[in-house]
Design a protein around this ligand. Structure first.
Ligand SMILES: [Zn+2]
Length: 85
């Protein structure tokens, strides 16, 4: 089982590059059981969506296939700065 530190790190890593399937599954399991990390991940995704603009089926898409390549480097930096506060 992932620790909270691992889980949050992976959530932010997923903004930089798609996570391997195994990692994603482990992360999802953790998020299902840990409300703190779940909130954290919701926050990040909300932020990401704000920066990137609305996507069709945003909630349904959830964490299955995010598309970090479409995020420009400056927007990625903005998210990372927000995460570090
Ligand atoms: Zn956790």
């Amino acid at each position: 089982m992932l620790s909270c530190a691992d889980a949050t790190r992976r959530v932010s890593e997923s903004l930089d590059h798609p996570l391997p399937l195994r990692t994603r599954i482990g992360l999802r399991l953790h998020l299902m059981m840990c409300s703190a990390c779940w909130r954290f991940s919701k926050q990040i995704r909300g932020l990401e969506r704000l920066l990137r603009g609305p996507r069709k089926g945003s909630e349904a898409a959830d964490s299955t296939e995010e598309d970090p390549q479409r995020l420009s480097p400056s927007k990625r930096e903005a998210i990372k700065r927000a995460l570090r506060r």
